[in-house]
Design a binder for this molecule. Structure first.
Ligand code: ADP
Length: 156
């Protein structure tokens, strides 16, 4: 069976930290599906369509990467797309506690799916979507925290 991983998140917006996790995981998997968890009732800063477009632009030269959306439980989505692995990034102790609980519950629901965690590269530890959103809302320059070459004004 192919080694397929799902990297789920809201990616509002997709940051240089997210990109780093995906690129570091590429040698481990045959395919990585970057999947935007979508909740029709939740208001987001960047529309679903534009988040999909931005992430696809970042990985346009990487055939191992697929970008999509899902509305179901994350483990059910993994099952649907035949993914045996759930990829997540770990920045801080707070991330760890949160991910531990979710990872263990996911394991109880679908034992065949393994969660795989990559420690954030130290330089990206402070990068998070909430802060990047605040910078953008106040018209600051967030380019340092976004994937190289991405002009965020094309997606907002
Ligand atoms: P969620 O809403 O599920 O937390 P996010 O879009 O914030 O989704 O993040 C998706 C994944 O990316 C999570 O595993 C998160 O820990 C990881 N992540 C977020 N920011 C970084 C970063 N700067 N470096 C590495 N991983 C990160």
């Amino acid at each position: 069976m192919d080694k397929i991983a799902v990297f789920p998140g809201s990616f509002d917006p997709f940051t240089i930290g997210h990109e780093s996790v995906v690129r570091r995981a590429m040698p481990l998997f045959e395919k990585i599906i970057i999947a935007i968890g979508y909740n029709a009732e939740k208001q987001t800063f960047i529309s679903l369509e534009n988040r999909l477009r931005l992430i696809s632009d970042v990985f346009k030269n990487d055939p191992k990467i697929e970008v999509t959306q899902f509305e179901s439980l994350t483990v059910d989505f993994c099952h649907e797309v035949n993914a045996g692995y759930l990829l997540r990034g770990l920045r801080t102790a707070a991330d760890f506690e949160y991910e531990r609980a979710i990872g263990q519950v996911n394991k109880a629901m679908r034992p065949e799916i393994e969660s795989v965690f990559l420690l954030t590269a130290p330089e990206y530890t402070p990068v998070n979507s909430t802060i990047v959103r605040d910078i953008l809302r106040h018209r600051g320059d967030a380019s340092k925290f976004l994937p190289k070459g991405i002009d965020i004004s094309k997606y907002i």
